[in-house]
Ligand binder design. Structure first.
Ligand SMILES: CC(C)(COP(=O)(O)OP(=O)(O)OC[C@H]1O[C@@H](n2cnc3c(N)ncnc32)[C@H](O)[C@@H]1OP(=O)(O)O)[C@@H](O)C(=O)NCCC(=O)NCCS
Length: 156
C-alpha cells in the first residue's frame, strides 16, 4: 500500500502499512499500560493475512490499527477482526483513528471481505457507533482489560 499523506489542523500525517513490532510504541502505553512489554503480542500478529496500519507525525508513530483473519462463530461471510486500535493521548480527537479505520475498511473491501468485527472497550463505543458499527450482544468482561461490547459492520 502506498503511503498516504493527510493534513489535519495544519499538521502533516502519514498513513502507512507497518509490521507488528512497529505498533508497540502505541499499543503498549495505550492498551497494555503498566503491563510487561510482551503483553502487546497478539497470536495473529505474524499471520500472513494480517495487516497493520500506522499513522506517523514527524516520523513518530502516533496511531495504530491491526486487521486479522479471525472469524466469530456467530457471524457469517468473509470476516476480519480489528484489534489494537489506539492513538496516543495527545493526538486524539483529530480524526486519526477514523482515518486508520476507514483505510482498513477500504483495504478489506478490496480483498473481498464482507464483515469487520471486534471487541470494543466501552470508552470507545461512541467512536465506533459514529462510523456505522453496531453492538452485537451484551456487555462482557475481558480479564485484565475490562468491560467490552462485541461490534460489527457489514462491509460488502
Ligand atoms: C478510541 C480512540 C482510538 C479514538 O481515537 P481518536 O483518534 O481520538 O478518534 P477520532 O479523532 O478519529 O474520532 C472521530 C470521532 O469519533 C468520536 N469519538 C472519538 N473518541 C471519542 C470519545 N472518547 N468519546 C466520544 N466520542 C468519541 C467523535 O465523534 C470523534 O469526532 P469529533 O472529535 O469531531 O467529535 C482513542 O481514543 C484511543 O486510543 N483510546 C484508548 C484506547 C482504546 O480505547 N482503543 C479502542 C479499543 S476497542
Amino acid at each position: 500500500m502506498p503511503t498516504r499523506l493527510y493534513h489535519l489542523k495544519n499538521d502533516a500525517y502519514q498513513l502507512k502499512e507497518i509490521n507488528a513490532k512497529e505498533t508497540w510504541p502505541v499499543r503498549h502505553p495505550v492498551l497494555r499500560k503498566g503491563r510487561p512489554l510482551e503483553d502487546v503480542y497478539m497470536e495473529a500478529d505474524e499471520q500472513a493475512s494480517t495487516f497493520h496500519l500506522g499513522m506517523f507525525h514527524n516520523n513518530d508513530i502516533i496511531g495504530v490499527a491491526s486487521f486479522m483473519d479471525d472469524s466469530h462463530e456467530g457471524f457469517t461471510g468473509a470476516q476480519f477482526r480489528l484489534r489494537g486500535m489506539a492513538v496516543l493521548p495527545e493526538y486524539r480527537r483529530k480524526g486519526i483513528a477514523e482515518l486508520l479505520l476507514k483505510r482498513g475498511e477500504t483495504l478489506l473491501k478490496e480483498k473481498g471481505k464482507t464483515l469487520l468485527w471486534f471487541n470494543a472497550r466501552v470508552v470507545a463505543l461512541q467512536f465506533y457507533k459514529n462510523l456505522g458499527y453496531q453492538v452485537d450482544g451484551t456487555l462482557f468482561d475481558i480479564p485484565k482489560v475490562g468491560p467490552h461490547y462485541r461490534m460489527k459492520k457489514q462491509l460488502l
